[in-house]
Design a protein. Structure first.
Length: 188
């Protein structure tokens, strides 16, 4: 069963203890909202959950595939958007999921436009499309609302709600308000 659990996790960066004793367990359909001011360690927590950063203490248990949305969209700037997304989806054998993912984030019309021509908000939505297309049950979203207009934030909220309704898990770090009904609050 899909699961993401952190037990007694501590984060040390550059010799500074950012947080410690963090416990969080998420089951299918559950979400957590990580909030706190700049530099408190929200991105570090996401990276720890993704397995990209080792915790100074504690342990992480992950059951299920992870999709990470970090600051950089990691999409080839020279490729048309649909192909850039297709590269990643193809690695998971899910190239066919790209059109629906593009439609889900409202970018179906610009599938042929090179990634470098996308606006800031479109680029964020493209990164979100990458997560959607992955089909991964565990979403780790680092500041997904950055650069999004009001309508796009609503779209993001709807996508997360749909993901949870389908049994997915979401861990979301944000300094902007995002409505996640019944989400666990993690204040760093
Ligand atoms: N590679 C590193 N080496 C040392 N310190 C680092 C490193 N990366 C980040 N830090 C420090 O760790 C702290 C937490 O960074 P992090 O990016 O996790 O914060 P954040 O809460 O996501 O901040 P923001 O809201 O500004 O994105 C910051 O003080 C940062 O300077």
């Amino acid at each position: 069963m899909t699961r993401l659990a952190l037990e007694g996790v501590a984060c040390l960066r550059g010799g500074r203890l950012l947080f410690e004793g963090l416990d969080l367990a998420l089951a299918p359909g559950e979400a957590a909202l990580v909030s706190g001011p700049n530099g408190v360690g929200k991105s570090s927590l996401i990276r720890i959950a993704a397995g990209l950063l080792s915790p100074a203490a504690g342990k992480i248990e992950v059951e299920g595939e992870i999709a990470l949305m970090a600051e950089a969209p990691a999409l080839d700037p020279e490729l048309p958007l649909g192909n850039a997304l297709g590269f990643w989806a193809g690695l998971d054998g899910r190239r066919g999921a790209v059109p629906d993912a593009l439609a889900a984030v409202g970018l179906a019309d610009i599938a042929r436009v090179p990634v470098r021509m996308l606006s800031t908000g479109q680029r964020r939505r493209a990164a979100l499309a990458r997560v959607v297309a992955s089909g991964a049950p565990i979403w780790l979203l680092d500041e997904p609302a950055n650069g999004l207009d009001v309508a796009s934030v609503a779209l993001l909220e709807g996508l997360i709600a749909g993901h949870r309704a389908a049994g997915g898990i979401a861990l979301v770090a944000t300094h902007l308000p995002i409505a996640l009904p019944d989400a666990r609050e993690v204040a760093l």
